[in-house]
Design a binder for this molecule. Structure first.
Ligand SMILES: Nc1ncnc2c1ncn2[C@@H]1O[C@H](COP(=O)(O)OP(=O)(O)O)[C@@H](O)[C@H]1O
Ligand SMILES: [Mg+2]
Length: 365
């Protein structure tokens, strides 16, 4: 897919206007805090999920205004399509091809993008929650139902945890804990199944990229770490049973800690380079390369799933990579529509082809 036009009104610091990108590489450049990332964020929001940085919907609305509107024209599924997002208060309205939808998740499958920012470069090193966010955001883009599944799981988990806290003071409630366990395992095992299958695809593709970036010296593998010992290839029933058993085993620990200790909310994944954990053994350069492979793999998996190349959004990431990795990345994203933000002085180092947009005080020049 590719974006033909993006219009914005009252969106963050952007002066009302539009951009008409090309199908190849689009460079958005300018000084800091002038609105470059805001443009990428606007493009990203049509993917249907949350922003990669905002926590609340009303943060998008330009200070002092009451609503904010974004409109995109894009080519996907062999036709031109249109989508509009309107933010007002904490409300988000979505109109796709002239039809009002109840949620922007209706764009899943039609409109796809992958975002890569400097923050992602530390994905290997950071705590497990950032990696869980990475997989969950990916599986939600695979299927809208996965977002529903995650919401239901979290709701059940919160109820179970609330009960565990009550049990801490009222041990007679212990017997009632079980009522949550089947529901938790039902949703939990489905999530694990989806994540395992995603990680399997991601791992194969990331391995290919990584061989390329390491001159065939490093074999990369992504390995899911399940607190319920679930592994790829097992069916839902088997994973359900394993989770149920592990939940029973950790019951006493749950009582003591007032918290549910096993389940997908505690899972993680490891990135292995030549069989060794990158988190522990890899150099900073190797860690960055492996995230680069991971991100490229994310785009490829999405493209295989939907039959459309996602748009690639690179937020300030080029300057964080050395020349060799920059060239590798730019070479591998040929064939995708790309939006790259960078500071003024970097512009000459980037590709001469494509289109350039200067952003000054929120205005696209
Ligand atoms: N809701 C908003 N209304 C007006 N300005 C905003 C809003 N949210 C963020 N900004 C401003 O947008 C600017 C940051 O834009 P950003 O796209 O992050 O810049 P950069 O060009 O460095 O990527 C800041 O000056 C910030 O104050
Ligand atoms: Mg920025």
């Amino acid at each position: 897919m590719y974006i033909e036009n993006l219009k914005f009104q009252n969106f963050r610091n952007l002066r009302d206007g539009c951009i008409n990108p090309c199908e190849g590489i689009n460079v958005i450049y300018g000084n800091n805090a002038h609105g470059k990332t805001n443009i990428l964020e606007a493009l990203w929001l049509f993917c249907g999920g949350h922003s990669f940085r905002a926590s609340r919907e009303n943060e998008f609305i330009k200070f002092g205004e009451k609503f904010s509107k974004l409109k995109v024209k894009f080519f996907s599924q062999e036709r031109e399509q249109e989508a509009e997002l309107v933010f007002s208060g904490s409300r988000r309205d979505v109109i796709i091809n002239g039809v009002r939808k109840s949620s922007s998740s209706a764009l899943i499958g039609k409109y796809n993008a992958v975002i890569f920012s400097p923050d992602d470069l530390t994905l290997v090193k950071r705590g497990p929650s950032s990696r869980r966010r990475f997989i969950d955001s990916a599986i939600c883009r695979e299927k809208f139902q996965n977002a529903v599944l995650l919401a239901k799981y979290n709701q059940t988990l919160n109820q179970r945890n609330a009960l565990l806290k009550d049990i801490y003071h009222h041990s007679e409630l212990k017997k009632t804990l079980e009522i949550w366990d089947d529901t938790l395992c039902e949703f939990g095992s489905s999530i694990i199944l989806q994540r395992l299958s995603y990680i399997e695809k991601l791992s194969q593709s990331a391995c290919d990229y990584h061989l390329g970036i390491s001159d065939n010296t490093e074999e990369l593998k992504i390995s899911y770490i399940s607190t319920c010992d679930a592994v790829y290839g097992e069916n839902k029933k088997k994973i359900f049973q394993k989770m149920r058993d592990r939940l029973n085993e950790s019951r006493e620990e749950d009582f003591r800690s007032g918290y549910t200790n096993v389940g997908p909310h505690r899972d993680d994944f490891d990135i292995l380079i030549n069989g060794r954990k990158a988190k522990i053994f890899a150099s900073q350069g190797q860690q960055r390369s492996s995230v680069l492979s991971l991100k490229l793999a994310e785009a490829r998996v999405l493209s295989e799933l939907t039959g459309e190349n996602p748009v690639i959004l690179l937020d300030d990431v080029l300057s964080e990579l050395d020349r060799k990795r920059q060239d590798f990345l730019l070479n591998k994203i040929k064939g995708y529509q790309v939006f790259i933000t960078c500071c003024d002085f970097e512009i000459n180092n980037l590709l001469r082809e494509g289109k350039k947009f200067l952003i000054q005080n929120g205005e696209v020049k």
